[in-house]
Design a binder for this molecule. Structure first.
Ligand code: ASP
Ligand code: MG
Length: 419
């Protein structure tokens, strides 16, 4: 029996848009077949197009509250369809291939249905499969508990499956194929001037992913970082391009990127009397999926304290409900809430660059000049974000990208970084 060396195994993952139709599957199969001429290949695939969303909708037509175990049984079928079809095409191309569900390959997870973490992967089973087959096609997003229950890893979880498999077999890199050339300084579909990162550090990439950049799942980035594995994000429709390499890279530029995400809102209120633990009170009022993201306390000219609170995970209805429960829980004189807002987040290259007050001023003046009202500003060690009306989000994103990004690249660091 020939022992396969780790560097002879490639791990490739293709997302939903890459396998949306049979024609696109065939395109994917060509990429895989080419790779398979030089190494053994593990291919991880997502469900076709928006199939997972369609399955979620189907379930909601059957029940208002479908039980999570059965949701996982249902959702896992999307990826199962993809692996079978891709394997059929690869076999037609003469590539010795077999498909595997998460359970068949021994991807063991905890039993937290809908958002399970991978606990263990049966490396021996992968190696045995790769001895016999040139390519194994694995269903992303799914695993199995030790009791044999099918689980899913949370939406977007196929990236995590791919990185976990790459880590399990000790691969150096995992190639994640998507529908853009890699990781940009902003979503290239919204910002024409966005530039591609050839390399990006794990930390910056994680911040981008956590703040709405959809190109890669944050859990996959963390897992890669913990295992010292590089991820290459590249374009299925432009496979010659080498895309973006995510690794321990330390960038010299000030800004890693600017993202937008939806579902934010603010509640502004005046208190009758000071309240000490208002942060805890408002946090506890958040329902599942909602979160309190920050607040400012000011004393007004009438000596009454005024609070401005920001929330994530809200829509028009849930924000007004939340505002009502805040009004009940705190001694308020008056209260109002915003429309639903978008958050724009500027992510700085981590560690070496601190968020500067000058940047905050620049952000304010760029948006003021464009008559875009800022509802809330927040800073962390490596990011600066503001909430704006949803209809202004794309314009604000473009203006900030143009104004701040160009500015940051051109300006010597010592002038803008104030520790
Ligand atoms: N098909 C799953 C989803 O749509 C997993 C994935 O695509 O990564 O969330
Ligand atoms: Mg995805």
């Amino acid at each position: 029996m020939r022992v396969i060396r780790q560097n002879e195994i490639s791990v490739l993952k293709f997302g939903g848009t890459s396998v949306k139709t049979p024609a696109r599957m065939k395109n994917v199969a060509e990429i895989v077949a080419k790779c398979a001429s030089g190494s053994k290949v593990i291919v991880v695939v997502s469900a076709m197009g928006h199939h997972t969303d369609e399955l979620v909708n189907l379930a909601s037509e059957c029940s208002n509250n479908p039980i999570q175990r059965e949701m996982d049984v249902l959702l896992a079928t999307g990826e199962q369809q993809s692996i079978a079809l891709l394997s059929i095409i690869l076999n037609d191309l003469g590539v010795k291939t077999r498909s595997f569900t998460g359970a068949q390959l021994g991807i063991i997870t905890e039993s937290n249905f809908g958002n399970a973490e991978i606990l263990q992967i049966n490396r021996k089973r992968i190696e045995t499969a790769l001895e016999e087959y040139q390519v194994i096609v694995v269903a992303g997003f799914q695993g199995v508990t030790t009791d044999g229950d099918i689980t899913t890893l949370g939406r977007g979880g196929s990236d995590t499956s791919a990185v976990a498999l790459a880590a399990a077999i000790g691969a150096q890199t995992c190639d994640i194929y998507t529908d853009v050339d890699g990781i940009f300084t902003a979503d290239p579909n919204k910002v024409p001037g966005a530039t591609l990162h050839e390399q990006i550090g794990y930390a910056e990439c994680l911040e981008l992913a956590l703040n709405g950049a959809q190109v890669i799942h944050p859990r996959a980035v963390r897992l890669a970082q913990n295992n010292g594995l590089a991820i290459r994000v590249r374009n299925t429709f432009n496979p010659e391009n080498l895309g973006t390499l995510i690794n321990g890279y330390q960038s010299q530029t000030e800004i890693a990127g600017i993202t937008t995400s939806s579902g934010f809102g603010t509640v502004d209120l005046t208190l009758e009397t000071p309240v000490c633990d208002w942060q805890n009170t408002v946090s506890e009022l958040c329902l599942s999926g909602q979160s309190y993201t920050g607040g400012n306390l000011k004393t007004q000219s009438n000596d009454l304290p005024a609070l401005s609170l920001a929330f994530a995970g809200v829509n028009e209805n849930t924000l007004s409900e939340l505002a009502t429960s805040i009004a009940r829980a705190l001694p308020i004189r008056n209260l109002n809430w915003s429309e639903v807002l978008h958050r724009i987040t500027i992510i700085f290259s981590s560690e070496t660059h601190a968020v500067s007050p000058y940047m905050k001023e620049r952000m304010r003046s760029i948006l003021n000049d464009a008559n875009i009202e800022i509802k809330f500003i927040q800073t962390t060690k490596t990011s600066l974000s503001c909430l704006v009306a949803s209809q202004n989000a794309e314009r604000a994103l473009n203006l900030l990208h143009q104004g701040l990004h160009d500015f940051a690249v051109e300006t010597p660091r010592q002038q803008v970084s104030i520790a």
